[in-house]
Design a protein around this ligand. Sequence first.
Ligand code: C5P
Length: 215
Amino acid sequence: FDEKVLSGKQVLLTAGPTFEPIDAVRGITNISSGKMGYALARACRDAGAEVTLVSGPTALTPPVDVRLLPVQSAQEMYQAVLSEVGRSDVFISVAAVADYRVKNRSEHKLKKGDAVPVIELEENPDILATVAGLPAAPFCVGFAAESQNLLDFAEQKRQRKKVPLLVANLAQHAMGADSNEVVLLDDAGQHPLPAMSKDEVGRAIVAHLARCLNR
Ligand code: C5P
């Protein structure tokens, strides 16, 4: 960035999947490499922001000059975000948060026996909707990965979760890849971006975000 369009801003991001334990060695997770969230964290840093990255388990190298808070489960991610959000100007929720956690998790490894275990699920908190609903909410950016009806589902999500800016992408394109093709949805409408690397998508989102903040 020639101009530090986010200088003086505190940006809080989530990235990666969450991991919901079943027992000591098994769990439920979402498919997410964390690449888009990490790219966006680097883009915010390069634009002059002070960045805190709450990350589920990924195989990625932690970005330099970014505060990394590693978490495993959605509840841990929720706690970390809520303790950081008060000092944040912007919250960007890129993480693929597991919608459910295991209610009857076992501390010890389940052994193969006669009865097939039954996994009971309970709902995880919606981190983005919670933050967007806070009385002193930061500017919130959401992501929506859909496998069909992308723009309709994404706009419904933007309105339901009350986020001013939502990044929509097709799950088939985005998952694990180094490139992405996204559409930005805000109150002004739809802004499709060309297919490009996740680093370039990150920089384009930051440029759009800075314009939103200055409106
Ligand atoms: O999973 P869903 O498609 O509803 O995710 C849309 C947005 O909400 C994403 O930005 C995701 O990070 C966020 N989310 C969240 N907490 C959840 C589920 C989703 O913050 N429990």
